[in-house]
Design a protein. Structure first.
Length: 91
């Protein structure tokens, strides 16, 4: 199954602000003030962290439901940092 494309385009506001249009309402994505953005929405790394957390929570919920496990709440915490030596992103 192929999903519909997510369209991301500049808004013309600030240096980095973009709007993403996917399923549901569109969202603003931006960088923080200290990096030259307007801080008007989550950063790209916030969105990647959110996607990883969402997949984790949804997968745990699906597994618990299939196995009949009495799970009442699922939560994930995702952090991001850049390795100082390799410059790799670590989630």
């Amino acid at each position: 199954m192929t999903s519909n494309p997510v369209i991301v385009e500049e808004t013309g506001q600030g240096t980095f602000q973009v709007r993403a249009h996917g399923q549901g309402p569109s969202i603003l994505i931006d960088e923080p003030l200290e990096l030259g953005g307007l801080a008007s929405g989550p950063t790209p790394y916030d969105l990647l962290s959110s996607a990883l957390g969402a997949c984790t929570v949804m997968t745990v919920r699906m597994y618990a439901r299939r196995k009949g496990l009495p799970v009442t709440h699922v939560q994930a915490s995702v952090t991001h940092r850049r390795d100082e030596v390799t410059s790799r992103d670590i989630f």
